[in-house]
Design a protein around this ligand. Structure first.
Ligand SMILES: *Cc1c(COP(=O)(O)O)cnc(C)c1O
Length: 381
């Protein structure tokens, strides 16, 4: 079969601003106390931004530590030339222990049972690992008080084939300014540090890490050997309602274009379900993006898009591949115009966080939800 070169469609695309990523990275680094290393969390295809774009840029900036959610993502990183640490934060079925070992990956260990199964599957090989402690998230990891946790860690240290390089935990409310939540975070941090001290007192020096983006921003702590930065690298806030100590720039902008414009009379129904009926003569633009591209259907009737530097409301339901927007008040709007779903156009900006808030979710879910149909286009302006 003849090879067909695919054109850039520019139907629905995301501009990935690598210059902004580089500046965000510097800002994240500036938050770290001396001796705290930076780990870039690039799970879920770098939060939807595309590892193919993000990884070469981060490698160019000297990043040596990465975290992903699973083995497939870890393999992808090795294929992209990552030679440094790759921590798998999620579950890897034990029968893949050989791959973890061969590629020098680091597996998160959730409990003694899992450690033993992984060990058996290693068949004499060794695997690097970090032990997860559940200090309050009630997700993965050993659970208990400091004494119980250090006993649990010591039992896992005896499992053959596992090379435990660190203990880690995950903070569940580090992005909150509520005094009760701040206290909760402090307790989580003190618990893992108490485990570290108890083990050190018996001559076992094992580094610990516990900072995510919000932790590094609001609870910086030199006892954490590294900070696992995710969302802030991409220029979004862990909590949009709270100010960050550094100013970040969103790395992704989501764009599409106008494929048709029609002017309709008052009383005309727009899109599936007849949920919107015009009340005036309306200039309707058909826009080349829909929920199959990851633009949430719940934004139907709720969001604006940007055209020619102005806001245009979404009319009726978002369809799978298209949506309709009201361009009645946008002079000169025409077929071929770029539409900004989130990002900046002229003096107007719509953020992923703004869209998230309208539908009761977080910016993380918006960018991670951008589907593979959306072209990811590197941009360094
Ligand atoms: C996803 C994840 C992170 C990154 O969190 P951000 O809020 O995006 O910085 C850090 N640690 C763990 C264990 C994670 O699962």
């Amino acid at each position: 079969m003849e090879y067909i070169k695919k054109p850039h469609l520019r139907r629905a695309w995301a501009q990935i601003h690598l210059d902004r990523l580089e500046r965000n990275l510097s800002k994240c680094r500036s938050l770290l106390p001396d001796g705290v290393d930076l780990m870039c969390v690039v799970k879920a295809n770098a939060y939807g931004h595309g590892v193919g774009n993000i990884i070469p840029c981060l490698l160019g900036c000297g990043v040596e530590k990465f975290a992903v959610s699973n083995l497939i993502e870890a393999i992808e990183l090795r294929e992209l030339g990552v030679k440094g640490d790759i921590l798998i934060l999620g579950y890897t079925p034990p029968e893949n222990a050989g791959v973890i070992s061969d590629l020098g990956l680091i597996q998160a260990i959730t409990d003694e049972d899992y450690a033993k199964k992984l060990s058996e599957c290693l068949g004499g090989k060794t695997a690097r690992c970090h032990l997860a402690l559940d200090t309050g998230m009630t997700r993965i990891g050993l659970r208990g008080n400091a004494a119980e946790l250090s006993e649990g860690v010591k039992r896992i240290l005896t499992v053959p084939g596992l090379k435990t390089e660190a203990l880690f935990t995950h903070l569940s409310v580090a992005d909150s300014a509520d005094p009760g939540d701040i206290d909760y975070t402090k307790k989580q941090i003190e618990l893992i540090c108490a485990v570290k001290s108890a083990l050190a007192a018996e001559g076992r020096d094992i580094p610990v890490h516990f900072l995510n983006s919000a932790g590094a921003a609001y609870h910086p702590d030199s006892r954490s050997c590294l900070a696992r930065f995710g969302i802030m690298l991409y220029g979004l806030k862990p909590n949009p309602a709270l100010k960050l100590p550094v100013q970040l720039e969103p790395v992704m902008e989501l764009k599409a274009m106008i494929s048709q414009i029609k002017t309709v009379e008052p009383g005309v129904d727009i899109s599936y379900g007849r949920k919107f009926t015009t009340e005036r003569q309306t200039k309707v633009a058909v826009v080349t993006i829909g929920y199959a591209d990851g633009y949430p259907r719940q934004l139907s009737q709720k969001a604006d898009v940007l055209i020619r530097g102005r806001r245009a409301p979404v009319l009726g339901r978002v369809c799978m591949d298209m949506l309709m927007a009201d361009v009645t008040d946008i002079p000169g709007a025409e077929v071929g115009d770029t539409v900004t779903l989130f990002g900046t156009d002229g003096g107007e900006t719509i953020t992923a966080d703004e869209l998230a808030e309208k539908i009761g979710t977080i910016g993380y879910e918006i960018v991670c939800g951008i589907s593979r149909r959306v072209e990811l286009i590197e941009d360094r302006r």
